[in-house]
Design a protein around this ligand. Structure first.
Ligand code: KIV
Ligand code: ZN
Length: 527
């Protein structure tokens, strides 16, 4: 099998997005099948070079998602993850082979700690790397190999196995900082040394894959590029296990804004960043922190008098990039109850939401309801409205809720839910209105899930502001986060809880025997 010669310019850095694999793997970040397909389409449209669409052996759901993403991909290479065994690799190939440009990504933990788990000697592991990469390369001419926990692997062993993987046919070698342990200088040096000392290293592409445990994921990825890496692995909003992965928007904007000292290009249309960031926040149930670089609500907000004054005179006094460059509209035009459907459509388009007519009608009805309750409807209110419209599989829906509060407890919640198309009602009590509401849901749809987090935030200012509520539930180690917004905090709480239950039900479906592939071993698939 031959590989097409790489004709990309020297200064081009490939963007490999793993939101749908490393991001979705993060506890609680469940996405439905339709949501995964939608995110993949947005990634493809924004110019991501490689989309890691999932871990095909993990479950039927992952396999189906990777296969369909492969079929629908227009430009991006579609990659699937596989452990170092033939069964994983075959399953991965079955899923990605439909893509215009498929890639198999296979990995094994090479550090002393990771070698100890499958109890392989250095030689046994080296043989396994040779065999599995060869097997993958016999199926696909685009193979990525990763020595997991590379940054804590002994140099001699790392260099040895990288050479073996290259000789076996790997076309990309990814160097993961799996536990977010490395620092920028070290990150650059490691790649530089691998390229200089490993035979065959100049024939392939080195990738960097960083986790953010010490807050250095973006710096480490950029340093690795300085050292010679030409592929950055990242996720939207930095989604990912523990403290997350390198954030796509951060590395891409750093390369754009500081091109003077970081002279590398990506193929990303940065104006699409805000839209995909919002979508990922919604579908993953992981809100973006207010002060998050590039995509946080406050990233372009100038509160203080001195800043505002400077900004009005010359935006460059306090702004190193323009909001439009990341797809944020410069103005925050307020809509009110007299605004029509056309104004709403155009505002939503500006915010990155292109809705079908029936969806727009639905949002319009709720926009009017909101505008009746609230004098001014801001961008953030609209975003919250649209997100609310996009519930997951929706086995449970809130039909009605009436809560009776008073100084004398207990509080009562009269609730009707539609569950699998049948209506059920209950009158439940609780210690406060939210407790009564959650008890009503539990009475109507009994479940064992434990409430791990209940969080309320105001979308905008004022007592008529909408409240965004996040609810995280845990059941047998599965975690799901639901969100909703409403001017009534209790209604938002009920909807967020219901949203979390719906997502948990999706998680329950991921019950293939190998569903928990992230755990111990990372190696065997019952061989
Ligand atoms: O962090 C990591 O090591 C990974 C590998 C599977 C590449 O995500
Ligand atoms: Zn990772």
């Amino acid at each position: 099998m031959t590989t097409t010669p790489d004709t990309r310019p020297e200064n081009r850095v490939l963007i490999f997005d793993t939101t749908l694999r490393d991001g979705e793997q993060s506890p609680g970040a469940t996405m439905t099948h339709a949501e995964k397909l939608e995110i993949a389409e947005l990634l493809d449209e924004m110019g991501v070079d490689i989309i890691e669409a999932g871990f095909p052996i993990a479950s039927e759901g992952d396999f189906k998602a990777v296969s369909e993403i492969a079929r629908q991909s227009k430009n991006a290479t579609i990659c699937g993850l596989a452990r170092a065994n033939y069964k994983d690799i075959d399953r991965c190939w079955e899923a990605v082979k439909h893509a215009r440009s498929p890639r198999i990504h296979t990995f094994i933990g090479t550090s002393p700690l990771h070698r100890a788990i499958p109890n392989l000697t250095q030689d046994e592991m080296a043989q396994r790397i040779h065999d599995t990469v060869t097997h993958a390369r016999n199926l696909c001419d685009n193979v990525q190999w990763s020595p997991m926990d590379a940054t804590r692997t002994e140099w001699d062993y790392l260099a040895r196995v990288v050479e073996i993987a290259i000789k076996a046919g790997a076309t990309t070698i990814n160097i993961p900082d799996t536990v977010g342990y490395t620092a920028p200088m070290e990150s650059a040096d490691l790649i530089r040394r691998l390229i200089a000392e490993v035979p065959g290293a100049d024939e392939i592409i080195f990738a960097t894959h960083c986790h953010n445990d010490l807050g250095m994921a973006t710096a480490n990825a950029l340093a690795a590029v300085e050292g010679g890496a030409r592929q950055i692995e990242c996720t939207i909003n930095g989604l990912g296990e523990r403290a997350g992965n390198t954030a796509l928007e951060e590395v891409v904007m750093a390369l754009k804004v500081r091109h003077d000292i970081l002279p590398w290009d990506t193929g990303i249309d940065t104006r699409k960043i805000m839209n995909i960031s919002r979508r990922v926040a919604t579908v993953s149930g992981f809100p973006v922190q207010f002060n998050k670089a590039i995509v946080g609500k406050n990233a372009f907000a100038h509160e203080s008098g001195i800043h505002q004054d400077g900004m009005l005179k010359n935006a460059e006094t306090f702004e190193i990039m323009r909001p439009e460059d990341v797809g944020l509209n410069a103005t925050n035009i307020v809509l009110g109850k007299h605004s029509g459907r056309a104004a709403l459509r155009s505002k939503l388009k500006e915010l990155g939401f292109e809705l079908a007519d029936n969806q727009l009608n639905d949002v319009f009805v709720r926009f009017k309801e909101l505008a009746d309750r609230k004098k001014e409807v801001y961008d953030d209110d609209l975003i919250a409205l649209v997100r609310q419209n996009e519930a997951v599989s929706d086995r449970l829906r809130l039909k009605s809720l009436k809560v009776v509060c008073g100084t004398e407890g207990p509080q009562h919640a009269e609730m009707t839910l539609t569950i699998d198309d049948a209506e059920k009602s209950v009158d439940a009590t609780g210690d406060g209105p939210v407790d009564a509401t959650f008890n009503a849901i539990k009475a109507l749809f009994p479940h064992e899930a434990r409430l791990q987090l209940y969080q309320v935030a105001a979308v905008t200012e004022g007592t008529d502001a909408q409240a965004t509520v996040s609810v995280r539930l845990e059941e047998d180690g599965r975690i799901a986060t639901g969100q909703s917004a409403d001017t009534d905090t209790v209604v938002a709480s009920a909807k967020a809880y219901i949203n979390a239950v719906n997502r948990l039900l999706v998680r329950r479906e991921k019950t293939a025997p190998n569903a928990d592939v992230k755990g111990v071993g990372y190696l065997d698939a019952g061989e």
